[in-house]
Design a protein around this ligand. Sequence first.
Ligand SMILES: Nc1nc2c(c(=O)[nH]1)N[C@H]1C(S)=C(S)[C@@H](COP(=O)(O)OP(=O)(O)OC[C@H]3O[C@@H](n4cnc5c(=O)[nH]c(N)nc54)[C@H](O)[C@@H]3O)O[C@H]1N2
Ligand SMILES: Nc1nc2c(c(=O)[nH]1)N[C@H]1C(S)=C(S)[C@@H](COP(=O)(O)OP(=O)(O)OC[C@H]3O[C@@H](n4cnc5c(=O)[nH]c(N)nc54)[C@H](O)[C@@H]3O)O[C@H]1N2
Ligand code: SF4
Ligand SMILES: [Mo]
Length: 726
Amino acid sequence: MEKHMAVCPYCGAGCKLNLLVENGRVVGAEGLNGVTNEGELCLKGMSGYDFINDTKILTPRILHPMIRRRKGAELERVSWDEALDFTAKHLMEIKAKYGPDSIMLTGSSRGPGNEANYVMQKFTRACVGTNNIDNCARTCHGPSVIGLIDAVGSGAMSVSIPNMENADCVFLFGYNPSASHPIVARRIVKAKEKGAKIIVADPRLIETARIADIYMPIKNGCNLAFMNAFANVIINEGLEDRDFIEAHTVGYDEWWETIKKYTPESVQDITGIDPETFRKAVRMYATSPNSIIGWGMGVTQQRQGVKTVHQIAAVACIANQIGRDAAGLAPVRGQNNVQGSCDMGMWPTLYPGYQKVDDPAIRAKFAKSWGVPEEKLSLEPGFKLTDLPHGVKEGKIHAFYNFGEDPLQTEPDSADMKETLQNCDFVISQDIFMTQTTAYADVVFPGTSWGEHDGVFSASDRTFQRFTAAVPPKGECKHDWQIFSELSTRMGYPMHYENTKEIWDEVRENCPSFYGATYEKMEGVGHAQWPIPTLECPGTPTLFKGGKFNKPDGKARLIAADFVVPTELPDDEYPLVLCTVREVGHYSCRSMTGNCKVLSLLADEPGFVNINPADAEARGIAQDDLVFVKSRRGKVITRANLNERINKGAVYMTYQWWIGKCNQLTMHVTDPLSGTPEDKHSACQVEQIEDQVWAERYAQKLYTDMKDWLAGEASAQDVAPTEALV
Ligand SMILES: Nc1nc2c(c(=O)[nH]1)N[C@H]1C(S)=C(S)[C@@H](COP(=O)(O)OP(=O)(O)OC[C@H]3O[C@@H](n4cnc5c(=O)[nH]c(N)nc54)[C@H](O)[C@@H]3O)O[C@H]1N2
Ligand SMILES: Nc1nc2c(c(=O)[nH]1)N[C@H]1C(S)=C(S)[C@@H](COP(=O)(O)OP(=O)(O)OC[C@H]3O[C@@H](n4cnc5c(=O)[nH]c(N)nc54)[C@H](O)[C@@H]3O)O[C@H]1N2
Ligand code: SF4
Ligand SMILES: [Mo]
């Protein structure tokens, strides 16, 4: 049996593992002693590898390039030459007619790795000539990146995953690690075992709430009022560090003008938390020697995501709970390489290494490195991923290049997204599976899978780690970076790389804070944590040591804003809050976990709506009944899971399910400061279905139809191109 070193392709915990290979098939995985996982794996790391083998449990892998000769025509398998020529011609025509900014691209935060993303953004900027490049961080921790850059100058975790177990107090605010990052959750359990205090504020009684010293069952959508009051108590009880505020922050007086209004009493109706418990929690956080705040989608997928992040950073600064190994900020990034997509400049305002696109000196540097005239590189910020629907409607976007994402499953308001894909003149999808988005594409490019290529991923805590190929590419799949290079060459900007190391070395040369992260350092279970500016630098586990923030004057900004209520509030017609979250066994659009034998056994369509038993009973709904959930955007069938841990008045769906698809129900309304959808809060109703026999058949039929549709689209690849076309 062969063993090949890799990094898990699911969440951002960055667990290192070996892929076990027999007769060219991946047959197992075993934990390696990586810096974040120390030999452990969760069930996805353990059992989430066999999708590589094209199990066809959910959908087939795509193994050959395909095109539609006209919008709406059948997909047709063609040679790579023809597919690339066809795509280059269409993109160049669109660019000539509508300008480079009419083409939008999105990078992949999953299997491809940093090198492929770097090459894609280089293609976007140097070849197409636009900054219209984004990635799923937009729907995710975008508000953390933006809010933290505003407040402390760096958008990443300030602490490291291994150090989380050394904190004296861990405060989880809208973050559910036991489902989302099980190996991070283990660190929190270990912290507890070592004596740390745990505080949880979440509307649901999440797993970590069970070991919490203080659990606050907050009301959905209250975050900014909650965080403002948290800051208020720190000051009013004299728990702040005046010297730190004086020496290392600016803006206190103006900040306090807003914060002084927010006593726990004044916001009790909004937060639902009694002032005494609230104050106890604040004291616990502020007076522990080293406290970490961990937050997730409960904070960011909200109307006031960025403003809440500003306030989290302010709380850490005024209490001087920042800049030490076990004290700081932990926005634990979701996808295995979403930190990497941001590192690689898959962001409409940033080049790789967080260098601003509107800075002429930075532009000059990249123009020189890439061998293009400076004017070719745009100084204008590009579109965000969530600008796609209105960009297409308003005739601003004419082509969409989708790389390793599935917006039709994962972006809000699927009906609107479907129209967007149908109305966009030219859609390219480069994936490893026939997903719903890929099924609407005019060009399908088959990339190699994780397990079939090499590269570097960035874990949530800024840790670069290498992963390697275990098996050869299947069918005609090409490495993602090769596809971009070949397309770019055909479009008049030649690119050629021999291997990922060559690309990575170019990244290092162009990004001062990554320069020391050589492939050699990342050999085996080695790693490199940025900032790592020199070859000698061992990496930087902790940011802001000594209160030095990444601002020109080295000081953090205290920024405050008033609370506003979520956009769509429950009413008589839609009386329940719809909150959309994740579950441990399945991952995002499910193309990968749904094709793994063990994981696919865990649960199946049409998924679940988790509801408090009292709310279910009031609607005549019993455990496991099929029900309809409806909102102003749509109506879906799913199964009721009655669950005491769910707060009354709210229901929770996970966004993995294709039939019980919550994004049919969510709305395309975003935080104006980040463009992040308000996935955590909209209004819905849950309806009992009288005829359960009919409902079971109906749900099964929808699922079979969906799988048949995708398999049908993929089956075009089984017909070899005719001689004339080769
Ligand atoms: N198994 C699995 N793991 C995953 C993923 C997956 O799909 N499957 N996805 C990955 C990705 S992309 C990401 S970004 C991470 C996300 O990981 P998390 O941030 O943990 O994501 P969620 O479970 O969506 O939301 C976190 C919590 O926010 C709470 N919440 C809801 N509304 C509010 C509110 O108003 N205020 C507060 N304070 N909390 C609220 C929810 O109850 C939930 O417990 O997980 C990653 N890990
Ligand atoms: N309602 C609701 N919606 C949500 C969320 C929510 O909480 N609620 N969470 C949001 C969040 S936080 C996120 S991050 C997004 C995630 O949204 P997406 O990024 O759209 O979801 P993924 O399933 O990660 O998509 C990865 C795609 O990449 C493909 N892929 C994997 N490896 C490779 C490779 O090596 N090469 C190529 N070419 N393709 C590959 C997979 O097959 C899959 O189709 O979803 C968002 N959507
Ligand atoms: S915790 Fe995340 S990275 Fe680690 S094995 Fe589980 S899914 Fe993979
Ligand atoms: Mo995410």
